[in-house]
Design a protein around this ligand. Structure first.
Ligand code: PGA
Length: 251
């Protein structure tokens, strides 16, 4: 299966940042047939419609960073999955650890958001990952298994869902798990998905996220059961993001 390299701009980016998308498009055009992955950028919701004009006809897909669990209604300040779709998104990230930590999102809410994404015709990127303490205590597998069970609705298929394993302690810190730890966790996630979803769980992409940079992307993306990367900081600059994409494409 073709890997997915997804960029999460988080709360960064103004209209001027769309120039980076233009540079990204140009870089991908140069790669041409050597491009070995699908490419997704999740800018702030305010930029998706403009970004959609910018990337039209090119290799870059767009996604939102969160959506509400309801389709519409009295939810001041929130954004529905349908609105993201209408703006030009085809994916949405749900359950990012920054949403879980700063907005108190539970596994159940994340599952409801994933279902809202599907209703709108978006693919849900469902994030899970342990914090530092359970990692040290040897409880990472159990924590991530529980998050998967609670956050991934029963109707999940490889066509509507991508899983992102992002150890919270690795996000924005420059720290990454060892290759052995990433391999072990991705194998665990795969086993949990197969147990819950059967054949669909066998084929569902599992991205790694957390301090993916141009210099470690090649190694991480070659590990078994790693189906791509969710990239924060290093997705903001087209040159860095392209280096990651090139590392995966082997060119
Ligand atoms: P990072 O963020 O690449 O800056 O560590 C990853 C993420 O939060 O998705």
């Amino acid at each position: 299966m073709r890997p997915l390299v997804a960029g999460n701009w988080k709360m960064n980016g103004l209209s001027a940042s769309l120039a980076e998308l233009g540079s990204l498009q140009d870089g991908l055009a140069v790669l041409g047939l050597r491009l070995g992955s699908d490419v997704l950028v999740c800018p702030p919701a305010t930029l998706i419609a403009q970004a959609a004009w910018k990337v039209a006809g090119g290799a870059v897909a767009l996604g939102g960073q969160d959506c509400h669990a309801k389709d519409s209604g009295a939810h001041t300040g929130d954004i529905s999955a349908q609105m993201l779709k209408d703006s030009g998104a085809s994916f949405v990230i749900v359950g990012h650890s920054e949403r879980r930590q700063h907005h108190g999102e539970s596994d159940g809410e994340v599952a409801a958001k994933a279902q809202a994404a599907w209703r709108a015709g978006l693919k849900a990127i469902i994030c899970i990952g342990e914090t530092q303490a359970p990692r040290y205590a040897g409880d990472a597998n159990q924590i991530c298994g529980k998050q998967l069970d609670g956050s991934v609705p029963g109707g999940a298929t490889p066509a509507n869902t991508v899983i992102a394993y992002e150890p919270v302690w690795a996000i924005g810190t420059g720290k990454t798990p060892t290759s052995a730890d990433i391999t072990a966790m991705h194998a665990h996630i795969r086993a949990c998905l197969v147990r819950r979803l059967g054949k669909g769980g066998r084929e569902m992409p599992i991205l790694y996220g957390g301090s993916v940079k141009p210099d470690n992307a090649g190694e991480i993306l070659n590990l078994p059961e790693v189906g791509g990367a969710l990239v924060g900081g290093a997705s903001l600059k087209a040159s860095d993001f392209l280096s990651i994409i090139r590392a995966i494409s082997g060119s």
